[in-house]
Design a protein around this ligand. Structure first.
Ligand SMILES: [Fe+2]
Length: 191
């Protein structure tokens, strides 16, 4: 008869973890006609945008869940839609880093070390504070994205420039517009 499992000792490991085959912030060769230096520079800029975009995604989900007040339903849905759009950008940025031969930042703890987006309080803020926090995160990303787009293009990486402009900047600017409209005072009843 087999002895019952003991909870005093850790379970055996299923397999030994292998060593890294490629370190973070290094490149493997890809034959796309871009220099090593250009690809490395792009990967660094893209990984910073990737970290910030992952935090923006998480911020949208947090506020989607914690939303309250008379505009709850409308904002609950809007923030979730913005979160979905940001999650799609996360995937595009990560896969761009990989296609340049780099290593995309993936683990949330690594993301937290890299991001420039400030950590929100763990509790619930007032609605205007939640929206302002999202707007500030957007602005941080947009300022960095415009600089990154310009500089990767200077290094011939127009593919990354296109991704940053068409996805990060355009989507971010549209989301800022939608959020901003909710901060404009609108009376609930007509005089
Ligand atoms: Fe939800």
């Amino acid at each position: 008869m087999t002895a019952p499992p003991s909870f005093d000792t850790p379970p055996p490991r299923q397999s030994r973890a292998g060593g890294e085959v490629q370190a973070f912030d290094t490149l493997q060769h890809v034959g796309i006609g871009l220099s090593h230096d250009s690809r490395l520079y792009s990967c660094r800029r893209l990984n910073l945008l990737l970290a910030d975009t992952q935090m923006l995604y998480a911020l949208y989900k947090k506020h989607h869940w914690l939303m309250r007040g008379p505009t709850f339903h409308q904002l609950h849905l809007l923030l979730d839609r913005h979160a979905e759009q940001q999650l799609a950008i996360v995937d595009l940025l990560a896969e761009r880093v990989q296609s340049l031969g780099g290593v995309a930042v993936g683990d949330p703890r690594h993301v937290a070390e890299m991001t420039r987006v400030p950590r929100p309080p763990d509790g619930v803020e007032e609605l205007p504070a939640m929206l302002s926090r999202l707007l500030e995160a957007h602005e941080t990303i947009l300022v960095d994205a415009r600089d990154a787009a310009r500089r990767v293009a200077e290094r011939d990486d127009v593919g990354s420039e296109d991704l940053i402009v068409s996805e990060v900047i355009r989507t971010g600017e549209t989301q800022v517009w939608f959020l901003g409209e909710h901060l404009v005072h609108t009376p609930l009843t007509r005089a």
